[in-house]
Design a protein around this ligand. Sequence first.
Ligand code: XMP
Length: 333
Amino acid sequence: NWKMGNFVELEIARIRELVGPKALVIGGVSGGVDSTVGATLMREAIGDRFIAIGINNGCMRLNEFEEVKRNLQDHLGINLTVVEASELFLGRLAGVTDPEKKRKIIGSTFIDVFEQEAIRIEREAENTPNSGKVEWFLQGTLYPDVIESLSWRGPSATIKTHHNVGGLPERMMNGQGLRLIEPLRLLFKDEVRAIGRQLGIHETLVGRHPFPGPGIAIRILGDVTPERVEIARKADHIFISMIREAGLYDQMSQAFAGLDTNRSVGVFGDQRVWGYIIILRAVCTKDFMSAEVFNFDNAFLQEVSRAICNQVDGVSRVVYDLTSKPPGTIELE
Ligand code: XMP
């Protein structure tokens, strides 16, 4: 396959040419396979002139950045700067329930934070061997993100605005501000993984289920409040840990626990509760454009349900999403 054979070599050469000898590049690194491969390519191409930033948008999974920072450092020698922006993101998301509005707010807030970081980095790099302007912004956009975000048949054809494609502010699309560099824009996920392996990225990173940039926010139907994030995050952690312990993680392409908008009545002991509803989702897919539901053993799902209801305060019901893609999308929003 031509892409696999010399993609890395050609892409590194293209990046060097594009960026030139002095400019700095910043990039969001979430610890997912796309941003990790993107960051590794940048590091190979321009060394320390690539600066990896992890933005905590308040919608990451439990302990996410601690793990990601350690993995990047230990396995790839990439030093991740974590920027704490939870309050900013959650503040802007308060009261917003429309899925596309949520995505756009998250996309533009990411850019605001990156632009702030760019200014800080330039200031700090002054009078060092790496002094230069931050001119470029790395994104791990994949081909399916592009297809599903950009509508070539008119606005009604947009399925959802992937935060890293249609969610960008106008100034970035018309050449002002940071310029985009997207080494993976023509690749599918399985190709990115193959390239990750070629680059020597550890299998536990290459094999991670994808996690969307907007994070848990698009797995929480409706309002994203700190309390609802906490519930979804705890439930997700239990579900994924149990999947791993059962040795099932590599048998599915993506799994997560989301949160329904509604509440439902349950009973704990002799107390009535009006509790939250957790939605479990697990799918198998090759290209993420279409997907089938993963067939768990019923007993396993019941165990997960019990664990979540017992361990996550406020949850009184757990459901499993049986919808393939199409008609459902993989994420809930
Ligand atoms: P959907 O929900 O569109 O998801 O069926 C397909 C794949 O794309 C991921 N996804 C995203 N990734 N930013 C991302 O980085 C986004 O805004 C976004 N939306 C969906 C999703 O997790 C799945 O793997």
